[in-house]
Write a protein that binds this ligand. Structure first.
Ligand code: NAD
Ligand code: GLY
Length: 362
């Protein structure tokens, strides 16, 4: 088993990563002094797969656990599900000496974290992520949120968990498309921070796709370590943390314009990373060969790289609403070669994007 610490002073916490370590959840929670009265928040899919086992493990270690089930799907990451969690906590007499455990993907993790941040002005919570995306990204770093009808993740808080418990064996039940969507974020870490890791991913494509546990543990560990290093420097995204949004400016536009139905988030990010690499090349920050390497790695994991055929005008408008737009200027994360990146103001998005995406319809 691998252990990483997210070093944030008194809010520091461990990440345990291994194969079959769900059985050690009780031990891990005891190690951080987690409350004995807990509610496991999950959805019907994940409860069916890992709910009973998790409750059994918690009971064996002396935890008194209830389960709160919210519906499965991004469309339920909302106020109604949040209220369902509060209702369950109030009905079960959960007080400040109790804690929440998020068992599931990023949707469950984000909403549980926000419930923990706000219930009784804050109670402890732990993340037990079961999708690859949640294991390498959303369970680490303390961004918690629900969606608003007018936009994703608009209501939330920075609130760190007490522990993150990653059992890569849970990935065996994950649909392959969800797995690929998580790999997009893994590739992102290589492009923005670690060329060796990028190369390692290319060499371990088969091992990862075949869910070989040593390769999975290594990929998750290196991803979490990179994310932890960034979050330790800039927890609340006043500067550096924005680099974690590489590929997301264009990716979010793809998601918005296709109504969040055509692409998984990671797939849209894959398209966005390919576009960002082309922008980087046109700014002479990376070579054509490096663009090809990025595209090939994405494609080798069955990720899309070609933007859907929408007009440039639609893309520019959607990107204009990006969170990184400052005083009307579009800011994008662009790669410097492979393994490094920077945040770049884009002065004339119209001509830049039309030069790298000449095939888009008018
Ligand atoms: P998700 O939580 O919807 O999970 C995807 C699907 O996989 C769901 O149907 C889920 O029930 C199912 N599932 C989960 N674990 C499974 C398993 N082991 N086996 C089989 N099925 C399983 O989606 P996601 O991709 O994990 O997360 C997306 C969410 O994460 C979005 O809401 C996004 O905004 C958020 N996010 C947050 C951060 C952050 O820093 N907080 C970062 C990235 C993404
Ligand atoms: N997923 C981006 C971040 O955590 O900042």
């Amino acid at each position: 088993m691998e252990k990483i610490t997210v070093g944030l002073g008194e809010r520091s916490y461990p990440i345990w990563i291994g194969e079959g370590i769900l059985s050690r959840l009780g031990e891990a929670l005891q190690a951080v002094g987690f409350p004995k009265k807990v509610a496991v928040v999950t959805n019907p899919t994940v409860r069916g797969l890992y709910g009973a086992k998790t409750l059994e493990i918690l009971a064996e270690s002396g935890f008194a656990a209830d389960t709160i089930v919210i519906p499965d799907g991004e469309e339920y990451k909302n106020q109604t599900s949040l209220m369902q969690i509060y209702d369950g906590l109030i009905a079960g007499c959960f007080d400040r000496s109790s804690g929440l455990i998020a068992l599931g993907g990023g949707v469950v993790g984000d909403i549980t974290g926000f419930a923990a941040a706000t219930y009784l002005r804050g109670i402890p919570f732990a993340q037990v992520p079961t999708t690859l995306l949640a294991q390498v990204d959303s369970s680490v770093g303390g961004k918690t949120a629900i969606n608003h009808p007018l936009g994703k993740n608009l209501i939330g808080a920075f609130y760190q968990p007490l522990h993150v418990h990653i059992d890569v064996a849970t990935l065996k039940s994950l649909p392959s498309r969800e797995f690929a969507a998580g790999i997009a974020e893994v590739i992102k870490y290589g492009i923005i921070r670690d060329q060796d890791f990028f190369n390692w991913l290319g060499g371990h494509r088969d091992a990862l796709s075949n869910l070989e546990h040593q390769a999975l543990v290594e990929a998750v560990k290196r991803s979490c370590q990179i994310k932890a290093n960034v979050v330790e420097i800039d927890e609340k995204e006043s500067s550096l943390r924005a680099i974690l949004n590489f590929g997301h400016t264009f990716g979010h536009a793809v998601e918005t314009l296709t109504g969040y139905e055509t692409f998984r988030h990671g797939e849209a990010v894959a398209i966005g990373m390919s576009v960002a690499a082309r922008i980087s090349r046109s700014l002479r920050l990376c070579s054509s060969e490096q663009v090809v390497l990025i595209d090939d790695l994405l494609k080798s994991f069955n990720l899309p790289i070609v933007p859907p055929s929408l007009s440039l005008e639609q893309y520019l408008q959607a990107m204009g609403r990006d969170k990184k737009v400052k005083e009307g200027v579009l800011r994008m994360v662009v790669n410097r070669g492979i393994g490094d990146c920077l945040i770049q103001d884009v002065d004339d998005p119209q001509s830049l994007f039309s030069s790298i995406l000449p095939d888009l319809p008018n």
